[in-house]
Design a protein around this ligand. Structure first.
Ligand SMILES: [Zn+2]
Ligand SMILES: [Zn+2]
Length: 289
């Protein structure tokens, strides 16, 4: 069983020499169960390369694509996902309905002839849609998937995947509170204001979390739905996570800046005598468990 990163960037793809190490594609993660079931989380531009690799592999089981929300960076790769155009391929899209629009309405609205040469309904694969909700459990084979609403500018799901007595939490876009480190009793405030998220992430093996800002950038963007390095570090300590994987990077941040943020958080962990391992996700990172 493994998960693999195909896109790690937030907001917009940023190709170029400054982003070669951690990657410029927007969010997409592949997860494979021991039974070779495939779950994909988000359809940012990273899903294009994943699609090519699935076609090369001749993957022939159902493909399930979970969408955390429908901001551009989480759906913009979808029209370029090759399995969509393959007969005998079955793809199920799972996501929340919003403002009385189903996931089918929302995705069909994105992929129609105003924006792309083909309508979503005309693709060769067999596609279907499932509306999922927050605070629910879903079972797929031996995988259990729990959902929770994240704190973001549009309603957004976080996912916890449990299998093999291990768990992974995927929280790509989430603003932890309070995001202001000058307040007194900051530790108590972080614990108190994020109680629901701390319970959701409690002792998880891998927390994949929004790490969009450093402390100075957050001051200007409070309420935009993303987290800063300090709050994320203490949140991870209080959640007793085993591994923190930084994700959904600010498009303005180059490879050096991302490395700086990972080092900064690891430094907090070592001052706090914590064993949490913080790594920065990069395209191609594959974690077996
Ligand atoms: Zn995003
Ligand atoms: Zn978003």
């Amino acid at each position: 069983m493994y998960f693999k990163f195909w896109g790690t960037r937030g907001s917009i793809p940023v190709p170029g020499s400054n982003t070669l190490k951690y990657g410029g594609n927007t969010p997409c993660i592949e997860l494979r169960s021991n039974e070779n079931e495939l779950l994909i989380f988000d359809a940012g531009t990273g899903i294009r390369d994943l699609g090519k690799s699935l076609v090369d592999e001749k993957y022939n089981q159902k493909i399930r694509i979970f969408l955390s929300h429908y901001h551009w960076d989480h759906i913009q790769g979808l029209p370029f996902f090759q399995p969509l155009y393959q007969k005998n391929t079955e793809i199920i899209f799972l996501g929340e309905s919003k403002h009385e629009k189903s996931i089918e309405d929302i995705l069909s609205g994105q992929m129609n002839r105003h924006y792309f040469p083909m309508d979503l309904k005309d693709v060769a694969s067999k596609i279907s849609f499932e509306n999922i909700e927050s605070n629910k459990n879903y079972n797929i084979g031996n995988l259990e998937i729990l959902t929770l609403s994240a704190n973001h500018s549009s309603s957004t799901l976080a996912f916890k995947i449990i299998a093999n007595n291990k768990s992974i939490v995927y929280m790509p876009d989430n603003e932890l509170s309070p995001g202001n480190f000058s307040e007194d009793n900051i530790r108590e405030i972080i614990k108190l204001e994020n109680e629901e998220f701390i319970n959701f992430c409690n002792e998880t093996d891998f927390l994949i979390h929004d790490s969009f800002y450093d402390e100075s950038a957050l001051k200007l963007k409070k309420g935009w739905g993303h987290s800063d390095n300090n709050t994320l570090a203490y949140f991870s300590l209080f959640s007793k996570v085993k591994n923190l994987i930084l994700f959904h990077y600010n498009p303005e941040y180059n490879d050096n800046k991302i490395e700086e943020i990972a080092n900064y958080i690891n430094n907090i962990f070592s001052i706090e005598k914590s064993k949490i391992n913080c790594i920065a996700a990069f395209e191609g990172l594959r974690i077996q468990f």
